[in-house]
Design a protein around this ligand. Structure first.
Ligand code: KG4
Ligand code: ZN
Length: 339
């Protein structure tokens, strides 16, 4: 059996994630630097600032993960970096550094699909899912249902026709003056919300298929806020929390509805959720109760491996390399890249 220590480099957006994964012993070390504080004052990610910051963070973080486990750079046997999709400048940093280090060290290198990284992150946990399974990928840029037959065997069953679920969370957060990134903030505020005060639509649940649409929910939220203001000349903290709650419930219900349909249509008995929104507590609870009724199981990664991280890239790259995938010595990030 081939044993390999892989360095993973994630720089597709606003977090620099670095990790070491050992094909025999599992995850050895990981480190993350989040640029959120830097982007917050602009209300979103500023691509140029993101690239510059990745450049400054990558090498110190690589040193940090090596130090965490007392390894030397000579112990690294392969390099995996995020090839796309993502911000072109940010991707370029990880691609250049990853490729250059691999070349200098004389080790193989592989460019990983960011969403494949997310998809496989739950494999890093105890009691990992077994192929085949159904995956719901819910991040800031994607909402997809995927039939996963094995490493590299991905069949898209449905996806959002407009906004991603995470994007909708972020936009609603902006409407409620909660700042960036919105998902965790909307979720926290929703805990104070009154159940049943507002009822938001469950988009596309009244028609067949496995696609999603979240942009209508955004408009519905905006209209609800405006109506509240108009009727009472005020928009209180309680109103805010009630809107957050109704929005979150609508998203969770909609995702659960489509996941249930996909489980029934495919006959699969394992549901895996991945990507930033899979960290959402209410989504996990909603899906737990759905799968229990369907006699299926639910798996997800620890919260810090739901959002962007280096561990998922090291893991996915390792699986690809073990399967014999290598690539030419070019540096070619792909800001748009279907999985
Ligand atoms: O996977 P991710 O870190 O980056 C992308 O590949 O997009 O996902 C980020 C998205 C953001 O839209 C963020 O608001 C959302 O995931 N998110 C959440 C939560 N944590 C992150 N949404 C809802 N609830 C959360 N707890
Ligand atoms: Zn991501």
């Amino acid at each position: 059996e081939l044993v390999m220590v892989v360095l993973g480099i994630e720089t597709s957006c606003d977090e620099t994630g670095i990790a070491l994964y050992d094909s025999h012993n599992g995850l050895l070390a990981d480190a993350l630097y989040s640029q959120i504080d830097m982007h917050t004052e602009y209300g979103g990610v500023v691509p140029e600032l993101a690239s510059r910051d990745h450049i400054q963070r990558v090498l110190p973080l690589i040193k940090e993960v090596l130090d965490q486990v007392g390894l030397q750079r000579e112990d690294i046997e392969a390099v995996a970096y995020t090839r796309g999709p993502g911000l072109i400048g940010a991707l370029m940093v990880g691609a250049c550094i990853g490729r250059s280090l691999a070349w200098a060290w004389g080790v193989p290198c592989v460019g990983v699909h960011h969403m494949e990284g997310h998809l496989l992150a739950p494999m890093l946990e105890d009691n990992p899912p077994e192929f085949p399974f159904l995956a719901l990928l819910v991040s800031g840029g994607h909402t997809q249902l995927v039939h996963v037959g094995g490493i590299g065997q991905y069949r898209l069953l449905g996806e959002s026709v407009d906004d991603a679920a995470g994007e909708a969370f972020d936009k609603v957060a902006a409407m409620l003056d909660l700042g960036y990134p919105g998902g965790p903030k909307v979720s926290k505020l929703a805990e104070q919300g009154t159940k049943g005060r507002f009822r938001f639509p469950r988009p596309m649940c009244d028609r067949p298929g496995l696609d999603f649409s979240f942009s209508g929910l955004k408009t519905f939220t905006l209209n609800t806020v405006a109506k509240c203001r108009e009727e009472r000349g005020d928009f209180t903290d309680q109103d805010r929390a009630d809107v957050a709650r109704a929005f979150e419930e609508a998203v969770v219900d909609t995702l659960a509805f489509k996941c249930r349909r996909a489980l029934r249509e495919t006959g699969l008995k394992q549901l895996v959720i991945a990507g930033g929104v899979s960290a959402n507590r209410r989504l996990r609870e909603g899906l737990e109760s759905m799968v229990a009724k369907e006699k299926a199981t639910l798996r997800y990664a620890r919260p810090e491996f739901c959002t962007d991280n280096g561990a998922m890239i090291a893991y996915a790259g390792c699986q690809r390399l073990l399967a014999g995938q290598l690539e030419p010595l070019e540096v070619a990030p792909q800001p748009r890249w279907p999985m």
